[in-house]
Design a protein around this ligand. Structure first.
Ligand code: NAD
Length: 428
């Protein structure tokens, strides 16, 4: 099939390369000429494990090409997949300006009976808006569908090749049949729904996972008040098959390009349809305050941040990505700077994007922790959690903040540090 993917960000490049790997002719289209140039040269403009090799391999087969020209990308496409960004507007609702612009640009070049499928995360009702925009700019017959994406950055290639399920939201049998055919090689359950159900399923999945993180953070706070250990609690509850051991991450709260925006969009959507008093408002509010509240509490534990040399390990929002969108470090580092700490940052891939007083980023973890008063393991990069920190111990009192509960408190104590975790008994 001839497929065009519009928007070559995290989702678009991975999807384009994976569809190409199943033998389709795929064109990746973006309005950013610099991004297209780098992709044409086999360079991925961000870090995502295993993506570059897949990209280069598929370019070599001739199945995958990139362009910034709409006519060239659309005129022969049977399926057009929109994967442009959908940031939150100031009122929290999804800002659909990129999706609408893509619809307007593609419409005049459509071939008859092409399918335009939206992979971007958008609220229910968006497909009708997009269909109206396209219809106003073309005379040919076309179809629309919703194709929400569930990949995780850091394992995006794996997730796209081996999805838990593929959700197709459409109304016509012909559209289901074409999109089912496209996704058959994924060997995953295909869930056929209405467009609104498909869009709600994406928001529901992310809002549920974000709620789980917020929920366990609340439990962690209670554990700290009564001497319980949240990791022991998670282990105990996880045996309940309705609950499970997986996906419990007490810490600085959720971040990244999806959860914060999707929860705030769901909250805004709920308000817009008359559900003022909804759960998602509260989840968003609790998570927004989380990192600052934790830094205030840790500040008390370490005897104040002023004058402290603090090693912040992990700048990206999660391991195996250089994506800084809504990363906890974006709250932690400016907070420490305001409090008068000296901050040394380390990350295997991400680069600190701001000018921040008293902040230096270094290439080596050894250098970051040298002479630190406080070591903060913020993101569980393998480099951070597998490191032996005993060498970093000096004669002064040093603290080790394990913000994702990745370390054994007794090992950290043996290394000579005062251990501070989340939802665990604190040492002083
Ligand atoms: P991104 O910001 O990394 O990339 C979006 C790309 O779209 C950019 O390269 C931009 O230049 C391009 N673009 C914008 N307007 C355009 C237009 N009119 N024509 C052509 N290209 C245009 O975004 P992303 O992280 O890949 O996310 C894309 C969508 O997928 C969002 O709706 C997001 O919520 C959703 N999503 C993201 C993830 C994730 O992990 N990143 C996972 C699932 C779903």
């Amino acid at each position: 099939m001839n497929i065009t993917v519009i928007g070559t960000g995290f989702v678009g490049v991975v999807s384009a390369a994976v569809y190409a790997s199943f033998g389709h002719q795929v064109i990746g289209l973006d309005i950013d000429p610099a991004k297209i140039k780098s992709l044409q040269n086999g360079q991925v403009p961000f870090f995502e494990p295993n993506l570059k090799s897949l990209l280069v391999e598929q370019q070599a087969t001739g199945n995958l090409t990139f362009t910034h020209l709409y006519p060239k990308a659309i005129q022969e496409a049977e399926i057009i997949i929109i994967a442009v960004g959908t940031p939150s507007a100031p009122d929290g609702q999804a800002d659909l300006k990129f999706v609408k612009a893509a619809a307007e640009s593609l419409a005049p070049h459509l071939q008859p009976d092409a399918i335009v499928a939206i992979k971007s995360t958008v609220p229910p009702g968006t497909l009708d808006i997009i269909a109206e925009i396209i219809a106003a700019n073309t005379d040919v017959n076309f179809f629309t569908a919703s194709l929400p994406e569930f990949l995780r950055e850091g394992s995006a290639v794996h997730d796209t090749l081996h999805p838990d399920r593929v959700v197709i939201g459409a109304t016509e049998d012909k559209v289901f049949a074409r999109l089912e055919e496209l996704h058959k090689p994924f060997n995953a359950p295909i869930v056929k729904t209405s467009p609104s159900s498909a869009q709600m399923s994406k928001y529901t999945a992310n809002a549920y996972l974000a709620t789980r993180i917020t929920f366990i953070n609340q439990i962690a706070d209670l554990c700290e008040k009564n001497g319980a250990d949240v990791q022991e609690v998670i282990n105990a509850i996880g045996y309940d098959q309705r609950i499970g051991q997986h996906y419990w991450y007490p810490g600085f709260g959720y971040g990244g390009s999806c959860f914060p925006k999707d929860v705030s969009e769901l909250a805004a959507y709920s308000r817009a349809v008359g559900e003022e008093n909804n759960l998602f408002n509260k989840i968003h509010e609790l998570n927004s305050k989380r990192a600052t509240e934790m830094m205030t509490a840790f500040g008390e534990d370490v005897g104040g941040w002023a004058g402290k040399r603090v090693a912040v390990l992990g700048l990206s929002f999660k391991p195996n990505t250089d994506d800084m969108r809504e990363a906890p470090s974006l709250t932690i580092i400016p907070y420490l700077s305001d409090q008068g700490a000296e901050i040394i940052g380390f990350d295997p891939k991400a680069k600190w994007p701001l000018q921040t007083k008293n902040f230096t980023q270094v290439e080596d973890l050894d250098e970051a922790i040298e002479d630190a008063d406080v070591i903060m393991a913020v993101i569980e990069w393998p480099e951070v959690i597998s490191y032996d920190y005993s060498e970093a111990k000096s004669d002064k009192k040093q603290f080790f903040i394990d913000s994702r509960n990745q370390f054994s408190p007794s090992t950290v104590k043996e290394w000579g540090f005062t251990y501070l975790g989340v939802g665990r008994k604190k040492e002083h």
